[in-house]
Design a protein around this ligand. Sequence first.
Ligand code: MRU
Length: 356
Amino acid sequence: MDVEHIRSILHEAGSRVCPMSWAEGRFSLLDQRVLPHEVKWLPCQTMSDVKNAISSMVVRGAPAIGITAAFGMVLALKDGIERGIGEIHDYMHTVADSLKSARPTAVNLAWAVDRMKAAISRARGDLFQTALNEAMAIWEEDVQANIKIGLLGGELLPEDGGILTHCNAGALATGGYGTALGVVRGGIGLGKSLTVFADETRPWLQGARLTVWELMQDDIPVVLNVDNASGYLMSNGKIGAVVVGADRIAANGDVANKIGTYNVAVIARANAIPFYVAAPVSTLDKHTPSGRDIPIEEREAAEITSFAGMETAPEGTEAINPVFDITPWEYVTAIITEKGVLKPPYDSSIAAVVSE
Ligand code: MRU
């Protein structure tokens, strides 16, 4: 398994954007902080580089964070072996805990790190090669899952019209292809005539900067709107369905996703518009009973008291910046996974696809 193989899968699926690369023993990330103005790749040589890249949002989006953390484990292992660390498994436990703390809400981070830990513990022979193979497998499986999600979800979309999305749950947020945007790609692949309406997604502008850029790369029609316009658009017949991604889905079907998703879901329900959540099975968290138990990341106030480096609120403003919210399961029409389209009651439909 190698990067060229993953690239060829993406190429065949018609998706040109991929946010990460592994070449000649080096892991690199497409720096999402500077898109769309600059297309810049950032090399990560150590596990600390990877951890910083995750916490500073060089890479973001739950599945992409998970894959990146898996490569962080590979780099840490390489370093540990080269430095002749005796208790390598104890060392990797410490590394795993440190990586997991980079961002708290996306469950794919802990999922990928735990999977790497298990593969390394089981390994006999070349530890490094085993770890690298596992990281590549996590990456490829994510891409394959997204393509399957796209095929299943594409069927659910209307034949034509507007599809509203919030944040960026596309190729940039995954190993490639995307979850919510993968569903749009799937629908277009079925011959549907769809236009994505992208919420700009304050304050980090994942919609304006990333979703619009990514869809333009693949010639998919996209219209940008401010977050507060989504209700107006839904009430005016412009939107046939909403599709979003997820950072974590609790065992009862409550969904953690980018702040503002809950507002969109409530207005979608008020307008009888289907609200779909697209996510791989690695985002389903059977250990978290409900949305109330999901840790919600808060980021610094400066993200909302300033814009493009300029202060937009009076000095000394007290601000609160939770970056995810919880959409109660009752508002979710279906959860589209690679193992099938899940419908309420979610406690049983989720349990059926999540293995031990
Ligand atoms: O803060 P971010 O940009 O990491 O938030 C990302 C999201 O909320 C995405 O919708 C989610 O991770 C799903 S990505 C397929």
